[in-house]
Design a protein around this ligand. Sequence first.
Ligand code: ARG
Length: 264
Amino acid sequence: MHLLMCPPTYCDVSYEINPWMHLSIRPDRSLAQKQWDDLYRIITQTIGARVSLVEPHPDVPDMVFTANAGLVEGSLYIPSTFKYEERRLEASYFREWFDSHGYLARELAVGPFEGEGDALRLGDILLAGFGPRTVRASHAGLSAAVNRRVVSLGLVDGRYYHLDVCLAVLNPNELIYFPEAFDDASMAVLHDLPVETIAISQSDADHFGANAVVLGKDVIINLGATDLAASLSERGYRVHRTDLSEFVKAGGSAKCLTLTLQPA
Ligand code: ARG
């Protein structure tokens, strides 16, 4: 397992592009650095996964959320096309990193597409969110590019604006999700999948419980998702709870801070 992260040197809330962001509630940068360091330490030392770093830039405060850099499949890099102007500058920084690390970039003809924030692997298939950010019309090109069947899931609540804030794949047979975030058709699609779908509570969802980093049996989640932490432990997962309060102010948590370069 190999992830990409970006140090939170310049993380901030300097615009509002999701309902969690308020210009009046800015992150404390030194606390953010400490929280990010803790997450990095859990991933690299406690769990022993590999992490590569991309250099942060002062003009892109959300670059810390590397899940939105794109989607990586082997040596193929599908760059994101961001919905909001405020994040579009990140694209060239991420592109530079992938170009200089031996990846072949393949751009989608249709966007916006916000990367792993809206595209999660479930065994051989790809669950892809659409609505608040990514457009459904990007999914066909995505499917062709990564050569996977894409299952499209419509998101209906602006608070859960990326798939990775309302769904996490635990393993090819098990996923957690927050039902209220999905439209009716997508709920039916989810229940038709040959996997166990585990609903999480509103409180766990609002504490970014679904925004979990899953590395085999190890699951890292934000501190407040207490019921979920207990039920994951009962299911035999090693749960690592860590405070990510400063990133929640920008509408993100554990999973958003990582991009999968090589799955577990
Ligand atoms: N402030 C960022 C945005 O609104 C947060 C991104 C969180 N990333 C994620 N994968 N959910 O775009």
